[in-house]
Design a binder for this molecule. Structure first.
Ligand code: NAP
Length: 308
């Protein structure tokens, strides 16, 4: 079978750290080109400043991976879908819910694959956590996602702009796990968003959610954490406590702890190849819906200005 010719659009941190190595390691794909306005891309490949230039003058491609900030994702995806090119959307899949729903409809209409990728769902502990919880009664959930923005997002201006999500940029990873492993739908009751006086997006957030069975789901999200970082989810059930730590990589059940190899991005690309070969799409908007609800329903508190 011929490999899927793919272009990576937006050569920034995640493209270099994860996408390029994952594509290189998957024989279902061949990297055909890169696109980025300022970054020169890897020097041994055709490179273009704009996606339109690649599609008009570049090598033929079957798919694109959009690794840009979310604010430009819809326009780029629309351009690709118009040409019948399969689309991998980095998380979050768009800057608004409406954009993502419109893309899903368009992909279906033109018969190409659209994949809203939630990389944290491919963390090693997540699939076994989902299986373990499937027949348990969930009583209480606690999410603690605290990291140092200066370490993880130095100088990323877009993340503080409207549509950049601020602290929900990492927080949506936790929500992508929780909405995947819990057997019931989760919805938001109240939220408090802490916005630095000089920024348009929150640096911290506190969310009170519930599942439809009445279990409380609390989320403590903070970008001002120095020292040890926390990416932890605790689920109390009628059969004991489940813990997912290290962003979903480590699973602790009442029977013991499992450490497995991190295969998030290789897992995403295997899934993307399977979707393309099977003529299917996978566009789950639940994590983005909860973030949208927090912006819709949350109280905003002004906090001290943030400088990089
Ligand atoms: P980043 O380092 O700022 O990289 C984004 C890149 O997008 C920039 O290098 C920029 O290219 C490019 N870009 C901007 N507008 C573009 C356009 N119109 N066409 C083509 N390229 C464009 O950001 P990042 O950290 O890689 O994050 C990108 C996305 O991945 C975000 O949605 C983020 O949530 C997600 N993500 C990030 C991480 C992480 O650890 N950083 C992990 C998982 C997911 P130029 O440099 O050429 O201007």
């Amino acid at each position: 079978m011929e490999p899927i010719r793919i272009a990576v659009v937006g050569v920034g941190k995640i493209a270099r750290d994860q996408h390029l190595p994952a594509i290189d390691g998957n024989s279902a794909f061949s990297l055909a080109a890169t696109v980025s306005p300022d970054d020169p891309g890897p020097c041994d490949l055709p490179h273009f400043a704009r996606l339109e230039e690649l599609l008009e003058n570049g090598p033929a491609i079957d798919a694109v991976a959009l690794c840009t900030p979310p604010q430009v994702r819809y326009e780029l995806a629309t351009i690709a879908l118009k040409k019948g090119v399969h689309v991998f959307l980095e998380k979050p899949p768009g800057a608004t819910l409406s954009e993502v729903v419109a893309l899903r409809e368009r992909a279906q209409k033109v018969g190409v694959t659209l994949f809203a990728a939630w990389h944290s769902r491919f963390a090693a502990g997540v699939a076994p956590a989902r299986a373990w919880l499937s027949d348990r009664k969930v009583e209480k959930v606690s999410i603690v996602w605290r990291e140092d923005v200066r370490v993880w997002h130095p100088g990323q201006a877009w993340i503080w702009e409207p549509g950049g999500l601020g602290v929900f940029d990492p927080g949506i990873n936790a929500l992508s796990i929780v909405t995947h492993i819990l057997p019931r739908t989760v919805f938001l009751k109240t939220a408090t968003l802490s916005l630095p006086e000089n920024r348009a997006a929150p640096i911290a957030a506190d969310l009170d959610m519930y599942d439809t069975g009445g279990a409380s789901v609390h989320m403590d999200l903070d970008w001002r954490q120095t020292g040890p970082q926390s990416w932890d989810i605790t689920v109390e059930t009628d059969a004991g406590t489940l813990k997912l730590t290290n962003g979903g990589a480590v699973l602790t059940l009442p029977s013991g702890t499992e450490h497995n190899e991190d295969l998030e991005y290789p897992g995403l690309y295997s899934r993307f190849a399977n979707l393309i070969r099977g003529g299917r799409s996978d566009v789950d908007i639940d994590p983005l819906r909860l973030v949208a609800d927090a912006f819709l329903r949350g109280r905003r508190d002004a906090v001290e200005p943030f400088y990089d």
